[in-house]
Design a protein around this ligand. Structure first.
Ligand SMILES: Nc1ncnc2c1ncn2[C@@H]1O[C@H](COP(=O)(O)OP(=O)(O)OP(=O)(O)O)[C@@H](O)[C@H]1O
Ligand SMILES: [Mg+2]
Length: 338
């Protein structure tokens, strides 16, 4: 008989092993860090880094070479001890309970670490067993993971015959076997072929669509813009801005440039364009071109074309919307790829 048998203990209800969670209690962040710091001699690799990633959120860490992305991740996954700060994974303190915290993470390092003589499937099996996944469940899970990374057709070739991008896809697969809550990818597309890059980005979007939380680091801003809900810009070890793509772009003013090529009376056209609602600035940039700074960019084009009707004809248009690259340049004074 057990203490929880209702027949033997009618007056004392069974005690659940964990206290019930009130229905209104919010889930803890999938990943949370505060005050993370790391020094290597005189180099402050990471300085006071902190952020929260909500369950199901895709969070990007965008920064140039040497910004501190890998050092930050190494502390988040417990590979190096922080000089300061702390990490929680799904509410579990990494320092206090590393095994339980790490079990919730799937980590794909920047460097590929696989066995060249084994096939893709054998590599996955090896790492699955290493994680302690039961043999019976593993075979089916490996098939799912191979499908996710788009390598079902090559699963039984030796790894040494794979392209760099395919190896990286298997590396990502190893991190997914145990169904982690948070996937951490450190520059997953550096040096990979376009086909693998597409497979990686599609796979990542699918996982996030299914509810996985993601930390994605890259110095390719177009990838971060595509995949991530929120982005932190990191430079010289510090997070210098954080927000959605729109919020970050708003830091540089958020205005769109519109370039118009025109035939006709440009002086009159200029005056008429300046009067259009949404036009912030307009100036002639040549004998047949006008540049405008606008709110609304492409959506303003019909109004701009109508405004000059009668004095000039628009022969070509170009809209340049600001992106994270522009934000990065604005905040740091340098480009992401220098
Ligand atoms: N083990 C180490 N010993 C000494 N310095 C280090 C070590 N690891 C990193 N650094 C330094 O810390 C800084 C941050 O490096 P980190 O690898 O975290 O940057 P990163 O953003 O990942 O760059 P990349 O885009 O090149 O991968 C750099 O100045 C780097 O030289
Ligand atoms: Mg790195």
């Amino acid at each position: 008989m057990t203490a929880s048998d209702p027949m033997t203990t009618p007056s004392t209800p069974p005690v659940p092993s964990t206290p019930p969670v009130p229905e209104s209690a919010p889930s803890p962040p999938a990943l949370s860090c505060r005050g993370l710091s790391k020094r290597y001699g005189d180099v402050h690799a990471v300085r006071d880094v902190g952020f929260d990633i909500a369950p199901g959120e895709a969070y990007g860490l965008l920064g140039p070479n040497g910004a501190g992305k890998t050092t930050t991740i190494s502390m988040l996954v417990g590979l190096i001890r922080p000089g300061g700060g702390h990490v929680r994974v799904c509410g579990v303190d990494l320092a206090a309970d590393p095994m339980r915290a790490k079990a919730r993470i799937g980590y794909v390092p920047q460097e590929i670490a696989l066995y060249p003589e084994l096939t893709g499937r054998e590599n996955l099996r090896f790492f699955g067993r290493l994680f302690g996944l039961p043999r019976r469940a593993l075979a089916g899970r490996i098939d799912e993971v191979l499908d996710l990374v788009g390598l079902t057709g090559r699963a039984d070739s030796r790894l040494k015959t794979y392209s760099g991008g395919m190896k990286r896809r298997i590396n990502i697969g190893t991190a997914l076997l145990h169904r982690p809550d948070v996937l951490i990818l450190d520059e997953p597309t550096v040096g990979v072929d376009p086909q693998s890059r597409k497979a990686i980005l599609d796979g990542v979007e699918r996982l996030v669509g299914e509810g996985m939380s993601l930390l994605y680091t890259s110095h390719y801003m177009e990838e971060v813009e595509r995949v991530c809900d929120r982005v932190a810009i990191i430079d010289h070890g510090r997070i210098i801005a954080e927000g959605t793509r729109r919020e970050l772009i708003a830091l540089v003013g958020g205005a769109d440039k519109v370039e118009l090529s025109l035939d006709g009376d440009l002086e009159t056209a200029l005056a008429k364009l300046r009067a259009v609602e949404g036009v912030i600035e307009a100036a002639m940039t040549g004998a047949a071109s006008i540049r405008l700074l606008t709110e609304g960019g492409r959506y303003l084009l019909p109004a701009l074309i109508t405004a000059v009707d009668g004095c000039a004809a628009v022969t070509a248009t170009q809209v340049i919307e600001p992106d994270l690259e522009a934000t990065f340049l604005h905040l740091t004074g340098s480009t992401l790829r220098d």
